[in-house]
Write a protein that binds this ligand. Structure first.
Ligand code: PBG
Length: 329
C-alpha cells in the first residue's frame, strides 16, 4: 500500500529550498509601475479616503515623493493629474505649461533615471468627465484622437519616456505613433491600454481624481461580457505600433490576459485598479486578510496569466516587502 503511489507532487514542496527551485514565477521591484496622483493648487498631501495609504500630492512634494520611491527601488511611475483647469476638451493636457507637462518635467528633474509613463487621457481634465470631445451625446472618436496626438507630443516634449493612452478611441495608437514619429520622438514608446473594460472597479479612482462623470463610458470602454473582443482590440493596437499591451482592470480579467499571451509576442502588462486595491486594503484593515500574502498572491496571478509588468497602487509597499524578505514564501 505504502509504495503504490508513483507520482507524489508533494516531493517538490518538501521544504523552502525545494519550493524555490521549482518556482515558475517570481516578482521583483523591476516589474512594478507606481501610479502617482498629483493635484494642482494644493499645498500639502491629502490622503484619498477610498484608497488608504495613497495620497494626492502637491506639485511642491513631487521631488520628495519621487526620491522616496527611487530609494525604494521603484523605477517606473505613472503620473495622474488632478486638474483645476478643466474645459470641454481637456486642452490643459497639451499646454506645455499645463499640469501634465509640469508633472513630467518635475519628475524627470527630481530623478532623470525614473521612467515616466503618463496615463494619456482627458477625463481628469474635462468638465464633463468624459475621455474626450463630447459631440451629440457621445465622445467623438476622431476629434478626440487628434487631441490625444497633441497631448502625446506635448508629453514627449516634456520628457515622458513612454505613453499609456487609455481613452479607448479607435485608431488612437496608429495616430499617436505617426504623430510622435513626425515630431521626432521615434524612441518614445507606447504602452497601449489594449483593452480597458467599462468597470465598476474604477470607482475609487474617480473619487481620487474628482472626476464626476456625466453619463457612461460604455460606448468606448469594453463590455465586461466580452473576452474575444480583447483579441481584436489588441491585434489592432499591435498593428498600429503599440510596444506593450495592457489589460485593465487586472484580477477580474485574468482570462483575457492569458488569451492575449497566447496570441501576441509583445510584452504584456496588467493594471490592478483602484477598486482592487481598495478591496484588498479594506479587507486587510478589517483583519480579514493577511495583506502581504494576499497582495503578493494577486501579483502571482498576473504573472501566471502572462503579464511581465504590473501597474499597482501597492508598488511602493511591495518594494518594501521585497527588501524585507529575499523571496516570497
Ligand atoms: C481614465 C482612467 C481610469 C482609470 C485610470 N484612467 C478609469 C476611468 O475612469 O474610466 C482607472 C484607474 C483605477 O481605477 O485605478 N483615463
Amino acid at each position: 500500500m505504502q509504495n503504490t503511489l508513483m507520482k507524489r507532487p508533494r516531493r517538490l514542496r518538501t521544504n523552502a529550498l525545494i519550493r524555490q527551485l521549482v518556482r515558475e514565477n517570481t516578482l521583483s521591484v523591476g516589474d512594478l509601475i507606481q501610479p502617482v496622483f498629483i493635484e494642482e493648487n494644493i499645498t500639502s498631501p491629502k490622503e484619498i479616503a477610498a484608497l488608504p495609504g495613497i495620497h494626492r500630492i502637491p506639485e511642491s512634494a513631487i521631488r520628495q515623493e519621487i526620491d522616496a520611491l527611487y530609494a525604494q527601488g521603484i523605477r517606473y511611475v505613472m503620473p495622474f493629474g488632478i486638474s483645476h483647469n478643466k474645459d470641454q476638451c481637456g486642452s490643459d493636457t497639451w499646454n506645455p505649461d499645463g499640469l501634465l507637462c509640469r508633472m513630467i518635467r518635475q519628475i524627470k528633474d527630481a530623478q532623470p533615471e525614473m521612467i515616466v509613463i503618463p496615463d494619456i487621457c482627458f477625463c481628469e481634465y474635462t468638465t464633463h468627465g468624459h475621455c474626450g470631445v463630447v459631440s451629440e451625446q457621445d465622445v467623438h472618436n476622431d476629434l478626440t484622437v487628434d487631441n490625444l496626438v497633441k497631448q502625446c507630443i506635448a508629453a514627449a516634449q516634456a520628457g515622458a519616456d513612454m505613453l499609456a493612452p487609455s481613452a479607448m478611441m479607435d485608431g488612437q495608437i496608429g495616430a499617436i505613433r505617426r504623430g510622435l514619429d513626425e515630431a521626432g520622438f521615434t524612441q518614445v514608446g507606447i504602452l497601449a491600454h489594449a483593452i480597458k473594460f467599462a468597470s465598476a472597479f474604477y470607482g475609487p479612482f474617480r473619487s481620487a481624481v474628482e472626476c464626476t462623470l456625466h453619463g457612461t463610458r460604455e460606448t468606448y470602454q469594453a463590455d465586461p461580457c466580452n473576452g474575444r473582443q480583447a483579441l481584436i482590440e489588441a491585434r489592432l493596437d499591435e498593428e498600429e505600433g503599440a510596444d506593450i499591451l495592457m489589460v485593465k482592470p487586472g484580477t477580474p480579467y485574468l482570462d483575457v490576459l492569458r488569451n492575449l499571451r497566447e496570441h501576441t509576442d509583445l510584452p504584456l502588462a496588467a493594471y490592478q485598479v483602484s477598486g482592487e486595491y481598495a478591496m484588498l486594503k479594506h479587507a486587510a484593515q478589517a483583519g480579514l486578510l493577511d495583506e502581504k500574502q494576499a497582495v503578493l498572491e494577486t501579483m502571482m496571478g498576473f504573472k501566471r496569466a502572462g503579464a511581465i509588468m504590473i501597474v499597482t497602487y501597492f508598488a511602493h509597499q511591495i518594494a518594501q516587502w521585497l527588501t524585507e524578505s529575499a523571496s516570497i514564501d
